[in-house]
Design a protein around this ligand. Structure first.
Ligand SMILES: NC(=O)c1ccc[n+]([C@@H]2O[C@H](COP(=O)([O-])OP(=O)(O)OC[C@H]3O[C@@H](n4cnc5c(N)ncnc54)[C@H](O)[C@@H]3O)[C@@H](O)[C@H]2O)c1
Length: 325
């Protein structure tokens, strides 16, 4: 194994596919940590270089998570696109809507169970982007798939982007958690995949699934939520597989946010709050928390960058990095 660490470039080139973090000198680790910042990521993308890096996972100093940072050619624009966002009335979904509109989307259709938040969201988005840029439809993703998707397609004819964002973090309500986070994420994806498929008379499109760092990183506190997000990542990689993309023209990608300040993380429910409480609280306090605005912006970057079947980390407010494991 060999690697070079030029002072100017913040770059590690490796002959093997991975560099173990504990093989690095302190100086190299410092460089590696700065590489995790998006400034360098952007520079690398611009230079069209392929670089394999290892990064600390913040919990175990010597462990590594492999990322590949490459120039991608999945690139698309959200300009003039009709976007459906489940759970779009607040949090990450609302900020994704805001950013897609900033990038020229034609219309965002927000689906949510919370009518009050839905009305507020439409007011915010239309005030900022124009009166015809956002609509709200009351919808429970677990019960209204057929009626609401029919209503959308009857009214707007073509949907270009589906953001499968609705989700809960509640290990005690384990069936509900799997229903919302997995079963109906799949249901909504397949409904709109069929609608978008070019081999089926559609115009192609993009499906963005909200996974999580918990879709590939394992901690002991939330096994049900983790299972749901691992499922989302597997589903995305398979449905979005390049063979499917070639035939259908439907790109399927995943976003994996780290800890983000939204309603979801105000009081996450573990299976047994007494059993987990002290450790979990310590763990939560040690995380690299980010503002929800950073995830909205990252979703626009993912839209412009990602190839079908890929998954992208946004953590600590730093720019997107592809997850390859
Ligand atoms: N906040 C984080 O730290 C974080 C990290 C990684 C991934 N995520 C994922 O991002 C997505 C959005 O989370 P968020 O943090 O913005 O949470 P949030 O609670 O702020 O927003 C979720 C939205 O989904 C809606 N919703 C819940 N159940 C629904 C249902 N059955 N039908 C329709 N809408 C429903 C809620 O009303 C809410 O508006 C989720 O899938 C979550 O798992 C969040």
């Amino acid at each position: 194994m060999s690697y070079i660490l030029p002072d100017e470039d913040f770059m590690i080139l490796a002959e093997s596919s991975l560099i173990r973090r504990d093989y690095l000198t302190i100086k190299e680790r410092t460089r590696l940590d700065s590489l995790a910042c998006g400034y360098c990521h952007k520079r690398l993308l611009n230079q069209k270089q392929r670089v394999v890096v290892a990064q600390s996972d913040y919990t175990s100093f010597n462990s590594y998570i492999p990322f590949t940072v490459t120039q991608r050619n999945g690139g698309k624009e959200s300009k003039n696109k009709v976007v459906v966002i489940t759970g779009g009335a607040t949090g990450i979904g609302l900020h994704i809507a805001d950013n897609y509109l900033k990038h020229g989307a034609k219309l965002t259709i927000l689906l949510d169970i919370n009518e009050k938040h839905g009305a507020d969201a439409v007011k915010t988005l239309t005030t900022k982007h124009g009166s015809n840029k956002a609509v709200f439809i009351k919808c429970d993703v677990t019960t209204d798939l057929d009626t609401v998707s029919k209503k959308i397609l009857d009214t707007y004819k073509t949907v270009d982007i589906l953001v499968n964002n609705a989700g809960i973090l509640d290990d005690q309500a384990w069936k509900k958690c799997i229903d919302i986070n997995v079963t109906y994420l799949i249901g909504w994806a397949m409904k709109f995949w069929d609608h978008m498929r070019k081999d089926n008379g559609g115009k192609g499109g993009t499906i963005v699934n909200l996974a999580s760092i918990y879709g590939y990183r394992v901690e002991p506190y939330l096994p049900v939520y983790q299972a749901s997000k691992f499922a989302v990542l597997g589903f995305t990689r398979s449905l979005g597989h390049r063979d499917n993309y070639k035939k259908t023209g439907v790109r399927v990608v995943a976003i994996c946010p780290g800890f983000t300040e939204t309603n979801l993380t105000v009081s996450p429910k573990t299976w047994d709050d007494v059993f987990f409480s002290v450790d979990f609280t310590k763990y939560l306090n040690a995380q690299a928390w980010q503002k929800v605005e950073a995830v909205g912006k990252a979703a626009a970057d993912v839209f412009e960058t990602a190839e079908s079947g890929s998954a992208w980390l946004i953590e600590g407010g730093r720019p997107i990095v592809e997850v390859v494991n």
